[in-house]
Design a protein around this ligand. Sequence first.
Ligand SMILES: C[C@](O)(CO)[C@H](O)COP(=O)(O)OP(=O)(O)OC[C@H]1O[C@@H](n2ccc(N)nc2=O)[C@H](O)[C@@H]1O
Ligand SMILES: Nc1ncnc2c1ncn2[C@@H]1O[C@H](COP(=O)(O)OP(=O)(O)OP(=O)(O)O)[C@@H](O)[C@H]1O
Length: 288
Amino acid sequence: MLTTRAPAKINLTLHVLGRRDDGYHALESLVAFSGAGDTLSLSPGDALSLDISGPTSSAAGAGDDNLVLRAARRLAAEISGLRLGRFRLEKRLPVAAGIGGGSSDAAAALRLLAKANHLAPDDPRIIEVARAVGSDVPVCLDPQARMMRGAGETLGEPIRLPLLPAVLINPGAPVATGPVFAALGLRPGASREGAAHSDIAARPGAEELLAALAKGRNDLEDAACLQAPVIVDALALLRGAHGCRLARMSGSGATCFALFSTRRQAVRAASVIRAQHPGWWVKTAVLR
Ligand SMILES: C[C@](O)(CO)[C@H](O)COP(=O)(O)OP(=O)(O)OC[C@H]1O[C@@H](n2ccc(N)nc2=O)[C@H](O)[C@@H]1O
Ligand SMILES: Nc1ncnc2c1ncn2[C@@H]1O[C@H](COP(=O)(O)OP(=O)(O)OP(=O)(O)O)[C@@H](O)[C@H]1O
């Protein structure tokens, strides 16, 4: 049996530069990954199936449209004779949460199928299938911090992040990605004003990175807050936490993250928020 982790994707910045003629939005985003994630295993075989368990399995669904199965079927359509098998997904990440849980699961499925079939992880057919399954899937194929551009298909070199103790919180309101982009009201072909994204060094120091992040933003935050006003409360809680250096929403929401100087501050903030909101998903993480 082959096993891999499907870590949460965090958009440390997310700038929307405009809307392309194909309807997708042109982005610039510094993406990082957290230790929190799902676990996916594959017992290689001829028939394709998926068993799913874990606290958020019912929200993700085990049907044919699960992104694990969609990715596997698409790769099988590309590569005749592809060895498939029985996937087991332990689903822990909140669903429709702005942290790319489904995308990370799809990318994990492609990594496992590559291994089971002795394909290079960067085989062009795998990359093509990743793009077709979802905008966030390519960046999740090799989950390391990097810049993501275009609609998600253009990836920079890995960035070695400094130690960044973080807290991730999800207040439990699912947010669908399409309507949040649509709420920006951009016509195809439109471009947007806004400060350019700061350059990020290959190995930034902590203060250097925090200064670059402070100049950035998440352009989907306002639209997501209108759909799920509880995000405003989540951000306020993080910003008020002792030692919080920066708090922002990830992706199209509703998960928000905060960065701290020390792990102790992050642990303390998480336990305070957990006590105030026992129903929320609250995790400490080190971003990479
Ligand atoms: C917001 C992000 O999570 C940031 O990383 C991604 O851009 C979204 O990635 P995703 O959830 O994998 O998105 P997809 O499943 O490809 O697209 C969902 C919907 O979001 C919109 N969409 C997505 C990506 C993009 N660059 N522009 C868009 O307008 C499209 O309406 C699309 O129908
Ligand atoms: N394995 C999966 N895990 C989570 N959601 C899945 C999965 N397969 C299919 N889905 C469906 O995909 C949709 C998006 O879920 P996901 O958790 O990936 O959203 P997200 O965190 O907002 O993603 P992104 O940050 O990429 O926009 C949900 O409506 C869900 O039902």
